[in-house]
Design a protein around this ligand. Sequence first.
Ligand code: ISE
Length: 356
Amino acid sequence: MSDDLKIAVLGVGMMGSFHVDALSKRVRGATVTVVNDYLADKAAEVAEQVGARVEDDPIAAINDSEVDAVLIASPGDAHAAQLNACLDRGVPVLCEKPLTTDIASAYAIVQKEKALGKQLIQVGFMRRFDPEYAELRKLISDGGLGKPLMVHCIHRNPAVGDHFNSEFMIRDSVVHEVDSVRFLLGEELTSVEVIKGAATGNAPHGVHDPMLVIFETESGAIVTVESFVRTGVAYEVRTEVVGETGSAFIGLDQNLQLKSTDGRWGGKITPSFVERFGQAYDIELQRWVDAAKAGTIDGASAWDGYAAVAVCEAGVQALRSGAKFHVHLAGGSVAAIEPEEPHAGIQAPDLEGAWP
Ligand code: ISE
């Protein structure tokens, strides 16, 4: 339709093609007009399915006269240049995480958008649109749990490729918990530690799968994240918030429960994040399209994307060094991340020979 938001989708791998499908079938008021991917065949295949045009150059796609808004689902290292081009042209953009791949470029994007005086960038943290997360957030902000003291997050994937090393687990998986906790509690994360335990035999040598990531927040709440991406079982994302006056749990996967004659009881497992968060993705896209038409955003901002980049970078440093890392976001300059001073540890007295 003529008043549809005309969208260029950059990157049509798994996420990008999923979004093209949603935009063309389930989202109202949007048309995908231009598709770009570094794999020409893939771009042609996806474009043909929705009657869009292929543009080989992502920057030309952003500047195309038939494009009102951009959805970035390209690899993370392409984001900075593509976001800069969107800001230069002044078009709304929904960018999949990460905002960019380093703190300095993420901060530069935040500053550039701020100088324009208009929020154009929304970051694709889809869990914010999941009804359970939204309900939990409201419960917390209404004071239903009292002061939040602890958050326990479980993030399990059934299987991933070998490229998914320990650092990637933090930047690609744990990043969702970083944004979710910021969203739920409405405060920044200020420190991060990584505890590496025994690894599953399913993980390539040297990959710390599973690992435990521990954050502190501005108010002193403690957040634990189990990141386990090769369980071989199901997609399991659960969050429990423990407050002064109660606790609440989401992600129990309580769909149809069947009792059968063989004495078993239960439901079907959720195989991947597409099934678990399919509804959230659709809501996210619809609200982004509606907001873009109204000249605003409705979801995670460039600042939220930047905060996630900074906290995850600190997480990677904590993983590499074994030290706890602090994150300082405020202060009008690029985020500082720094290790905590090492301490001497406990000195046990040498008792050898003290007994006869
Ligand atoms: C993936 O990129 C996602 O965004 C999923 O939500 C997450 O669960 C998965 O671990 C990531 O690899």
